[in-house]
Design a protein. Structure first.
Length: 269
């Protein structure tokens, strides 16, 4: 209702302003034209002398005409501003055209049913970059962990947050049992398979690091040496069985190398 009333009032105001300005302009232009015609008649009534030419060069517009043109231009601008002020809201046809233009959404879009369209995310990397990572809640004093090395109670540490190992940062041994080993080293040194690392429950935790040899090769999976050793003992049944399997693989590797050398020596002969 408010928009219809504003439109009606704007149309009535613009019509009244247009009629008043039109009447004033017509009266003033009529008076000026009559005065110019009288002046031209008086100038033409004289007889040209023998030394005068009847064809005079066209003179510039008089100052009065230029002033009237400027006044007309200013009134036209005022009329346009008055019409714009009387109609602050676009008409129904303009709104429908604007709405139709906004509905032309390029690319794939999903109708949410709420009055707007939602574009689908085409780039998975951007979606992953916008993924929110929620930090864990602070640990209460009653939930403090107890270090398995020194027995001191602590709130948080790198090993507990990354590998779920109750060891404080002060007791962390980066060069010993808490050293990080690569997936290849875990498979060659501890004789583990992919199913032993990922398939057995619970799956071993790891951290991702850039490959130092070539960053374009992909990220490396680094495991905790202590947990890899424990998984290896569970798979092979003990330290003795693991050592025996290592010796067998070592002897088998030596036999294969010797056989390959013998085949090459026979080919040379």
């Amino acid at each position: 209702m408010g928009e219809e009333l504003s439109e009606k009032l704007g149309e009535e105001l613009s019509e009244e302003l247009g009629e008043e300005l039109g009447e004033e302009l017509s009266e003033e232009m009529g008076e000026e034209l009559s005065e110019q015609q009288q002046q031209e008649g008086e100038g033409c009534s004289g007889v040209a002398g023998p030394g005068q030419s009847t064809e005079e060069p066209a003179a510039a517009l008089p100052a009065a005409v230029r002033a009237q043109i400027e006044r007309n231009r200013q009134r036209a601008l005022l009329l346009r501003q008055a019409r714009a002020a009387s109609q602050p809201y676009p008409s129904a046809s303009a709104r429908s055209q604007a709405g139709a233009a906004r509905l032309r959404v390029p690319g794939r879009a999903v109708d949410t049913g709420g009055g707007f369209l939602l574009e689908e995310a085409d780039d998975e990397e951007e979606a992953a970059a916008r993924r929110v990572v929620h930090t864990p809640a602070p640990v209460m004093k009653a939930d403090y962990l107890q270090c398995g090395e020194c027995g001191r109670r602590f709130m948080d540490s790198y090993l507990s947050a990354t590998f779920d190992l109750a060891v404080c940062d002060a007791c962390r041994d980066n060069e010993g049992k808490h050293q990080l080993v690569s997936r290849t080293e875990a498979k060659t040194e501890f004789l583990l398979k992919d199913c032993d690392l990922d398939g057995r429950e619970p799956a071993l935790r790891f951290v991702l690091r850039k490959n130092p040899h070539n960053p374009r090769w992909g990220d490396m999976k680094l495991y905790l040496r202590l947990q890899v050793e424990g998984r290896s003992l569970d798979v092979w049944g003990g330290e003795e069985a693991l050592q025996e399997a290592r010796e067998q693989r070592h002897h088998g590797r030596d036999r294969r190398q010797q056989k390959r050398f013998n085949n090459k020596s026979c080919a040379w002969r």
